[in-house]
Design a protein around this ligand. Structure first.
Ligand code: PBG
Length: 328
C-alpha cells in the first residue's frame, strides 16, 4: 500500500525566517506605539517605580530626554500622566494652567515641535487626596456631574498647553461630550479626544497606583469602571463616546480583553487603541527577572496578539524598546 501524503502542506510557508516574514498577516510598527510617561512635581531625581522595573517617575528634565529617545525610535505618541506635589479633595492640580503636566506639555511641544503626538490623561485620581477619579460627595459617592465640570476645566488647560489629544479616563457618563463642548467653545476644535471608552475595573492597574500614587483611600472604582464579566456594555460605552465626539477609542486593559478589542474593532470606523497596562508589564518583568520566561519574545508575542485582535494603536510601557527592536 502506498503511503498517503498530505495534499496541503502549511509548513512550506513556515520554512525560513524570510518566508515567515513575507507571509506574516500582522505587523508591528513603531508609529502605532504610544508610550505612557509619568512626570512628578518637586523631585530632583527620577524615582523608580518599584512594581514596574524600568519605569520611573520623571523630572521635567528626564522626561524631555526620554521623550526624545522615544521620538527618535519612531514611537507614534506620548501619553503623559502628572503627579502633583500637593493633592486635595477636588484635585486642584489637575486644571492648574501651571500644573505639572501643563508645564511638561509646553516644554515638550517647544522641544519636539510636531514630531510626536502629545497626549495627556484627563482624570482626577492622580490629583485627589482620596485617589478617586471624581469629586466625592459627603456620603462617599462619586458625583458624576460635578466631576464633568472639573473635567471640562482640565481639558481646557491641557488644550491651552498644546496637547494634540486629551484622553479622558475617569469613566464618568457624558465625559466625552462635555469635554468636546468645552474645547469647541474655547476655539480648541482641533484638539482630538482619545477616549478610554472601555475601561474595566481591573486588578491589573495595581502597579500604576504606585507609579501615579493614586490608590483609592476608601472603596474601589467598581461603581464607575466596568465589570469584567461584561462585553455588550463595552459596545454601548463605545457607541456613546462616538456619539459624543470621540476620535479614537481605547480598550483597557488589553491582554485579558482581546475579545473586546476584536468586537470593538468590528463595530467602529475610528482607530482602536489597546492599553497594555501596568500589571501586564509587571507580570512579564517579574517572571523574566526570575528566569521563568523569555522576556523579549513574550513582549513581542503579547503585542502582536493585540494587533491580531484588531488594535490599530497600542499603549505600552515598552514602546521605546520595542520601536528600537523593530527598526534595527
Ligand atoms: C486613571 C488611569 C488609570 C490607568 C490609566 N489611567 C488608573 C485607574 O483607572 O485606576 C491605569 C494604567 C495602568 O495600569 O497602566 N487616571
Amino acid at each position: 500500500m502506498t503511503a498517503r501524503f498530505p495534499a496541503a502542506r502549511p509548513r512550506r510557508l513556515r520554512r525560513t525566517p524570510a518566508l515567515r516574514r513575507m507571509v506574516a498577516e500582522h505587523r508591528l510598527a513603531p508609529a502605532d506605539l504610544i508610550l505612557p510617561m509619568f512626570v512628578k512635581e518637586g523631585i530632583a531625581e527620577p524615582q523608580p517605580v518599584a512594581s514596574m522595573p524600568g519605569v520611573v517617575q520623571h523630572t521635567p528634565d528626564t522626561l524631555r530626554k526620554a521623550a526624545h529617545e522615544a521620538v527618535e525610535a519612531g514611537v507614534g505618541g506620548l501619553m503623559l500622566f502628572g503627579i502633583p506635589a500637593v493633592k486635595d479633595g477636588v484635585g486642584s492640580g489637575a486644571d492648574d494652567p501651571d500644573g505639572i503636566v501643563q508645564r511638561a506639555v509646553r516644554e515638550l511641544r517647544a522641544d519636539l515641535g510636531d514630531s510626536a503626538v502629545l497626549m495627556a490623561d484627563l482624570c482626577l485620581d492622580e490629583y485627589t487626596d482620596h485617589g478617586h477619579c471624581g469629586v466625592v460627595t459627603p456620603s462617599g459617592e462619586i458625583d458624576n456631574d460635578a466631576t464633568l465640570e472639573r473635567y471640562a476645566l482640565i481639558g481646557l488647560t491641557l488644550a491651552a498647553s498644546g496637547v494634540d489629544m486629551v484622553a479622558p479616563s475617569g469613566m464618568m457618563d457624558g465625559q466625552v461630550g462635555v469635554i468636546r463642548g468645552a474645547l469647541d467653545g474655547a476655539g480648541h476644535q482641533d484638539v482630538s479626544i482619545m477616549a478610554y471608552s472601555v475601561k474595566y475595573s481591573s486588578a491589573y492597574y495595581g502597579p500604576f497606583r504606585d507609579a501615579a500614587e493614586c490608590a483609592p483611600q476608601f472603596g474601589d472604582r467598581s461603581a464607575y469602571q466596568q465589570d469584567p464579566a461584561n462585553i455588550a456594555e463595552s459596545l454601548r460605552e463605545v457607541a456613546l463616546d462616538l456619539d459624543e465626539g470621540a476620535d479614537v477609542v481605547i480598550v483597557k486593559p488589553a491582554g485579558a480583553y482581546l475579545d473586546v478589542v476584536a468586537r470593538v474593532r468590528d463595530a467602529v470606523d475610528v482607530p482602536v487603541a489597546a492599553y497594555q497596562v501596568s500589571g501586564e508589564y509587571a507580570m512579564v518583568e517579574a517572571a523574566a527577572a526570575n528566569g521563568w520566561l523569555d522576556r523579549d519574545r513574550v513582549i513581542m508575542e503579547s503585542l502582536i496578539g493585540m494587533r491580531r485582535a484588531g488594535a490599530d494603536l497600542i499603549l505600552t510601557y515598552w514602546a521605546t524598546e520595542v520601536a528600537r527592536r523593530l527598526t534595527r
